[in-house]
Design a protein around this ligand. Structure first.
Ligand SMILES: Nc1ncnc2c1ncn2[C@@H]1O[C@H](COP(=O)(O)OP(=O)(O)OP(=O)(O)O)[C@@H](O)[C@H]1O
Length: 297
């Protein structure tokens, strides 16, 4: 239940952002984008996680994995200021978490918009732009230009004027990503943002989020059941299971030994052509299952 070399991982992430070691030193000198100290969350007698110490650096990409009900969404709710911790503290950009922080972009777990919603795609993205960091609200041409840019980035220009309720789940999800990035946030919280996206758009949205953290030093917390679509971007993994957690690089955490220990049963992690296959999880919905020939870790 320890945090494996967080400083090293943070430096690696910062170097990826800055592109130089000198730049990396400057970036790491900044305050952590997210800091949890001795953080714990319980509902009644049920401990989701406790004694969680975690520092996420600007520009770092943290994947949060774990079975259903392990507390992944609850962790995001803590960072959004919607759920108080049972113990410990949570800081965003050095300040205690609170609702409505302008430092945070959020891609919520997918829920369909009402079929009759009059909101158009461009209105939804525009909602992300109002207020926040732009100080004086962007209006008129500058506002429209920024919305158009964001729509273009997620490949949604073709349906910019279509009511959101008429769009597919994947198309709606691309709009949520554009909306979350609209304010150029310091911290981006993503709750299974790739759900219901086809492979092409999984790649597009993942690359968009990766580009954001490299360009702007946005720290990314990415809740997912499936690490493979983002495996090339992930700096560290926070794995939650059975009231325990592990933090470290994917190579440190996603191993047969670590996961078997956390689940209390034999779980095999197989690496195959850069992908990770986890076999034998008690919760069959948690990861892709399959029998591939490859190296067991
Ligand atoms: N306000 C609450 N009061 C009591 N229990 C809660 C509350 N919110 C969440 N829970 C419970 O805490 C557990 C963790 O929920 P959470 O949504 O964080 O899990 P998760 O890891 O995101 O799961 P999934 O992978 O299914 O989305 C669940 O069993 C849930 O029912």
């Amino acid at each position: 239940m320890s945090e494996a070399e967080p400083e090293q991982a943070a430096t690696t992430a910062a170097a990826a952002v800055a592109g130089t070691s000198a730049g990396a030193a400057a970036v790491t000198a900044r305050a952590a984008a997210i800091e949890l100290r001795r953080a714990g969350l319980s509902y009644g007698d049920r401990v989701l996680w406790e004694n969680l110490d975690l520092s996420v650096a600007p520009g770092e990409f943290l994947a949060v994995l774990g079975p259903n009900g392990s507390g992944k969404t609850s962790l995001l709710r803590v960072l959004l200021g919607l759920q108080p911790l049972t113990t410990g503290t949570a800081l965003i950009a050095g300040q205690r978490v609170r609702t409505g922080s302008r430092h945070i972009g959020y891609i919520p777990q997918q829920k369909a918009f009402r079929a009759g919603s009059p909101l158009r795609a461009r209105d939804l993205v525009g909602l992300g732009l109002d207020g926040h960091r732009w100080g004086i609200r962007l209006r008129g041409r500058a506002f429209r230009q920024r919305v158009d840019e964001l729509l273009e980035v997620v490949g949604a220009s073709a349906y910019a004027d279509v009511p959101v309720g008429m769009l597919s789940g994947g198309e709606q999800q691309r709009l949520r990503a554009a909306q979350a990035l609209a304010t150029d946030p310091q911290v981006l919280l993503c709750d299974e943002p790739l759900l219901s996206l086809d492979l092409h758009h999984q790649q597009a949205v993942s690359a968009l989020i990766d580009g954001q953290r490299r360009r702007s030093g946005t720290a990314v917390v990415f809740v997912t059941h499936e690490i493979n679509p983002i495996i090339d971007y992930v700096d560290r993994v926070l794995y939650l299971a059975g009231g325990q957690f592990r933090v470290g690089t994917p190579e440190e955490v996603m191993t047969t030994e670590v996961l078997s220990d956390m689940y209390g049963t034999r779980v095999r992690v197989i690496r195959n052509e850069g992908r990770l296959v986890v076999v034998g999880l008690p919760d069959a919905t948690t990861h892709e299952h399959g029998q591939h020939e490859g190296d067991e870790d």
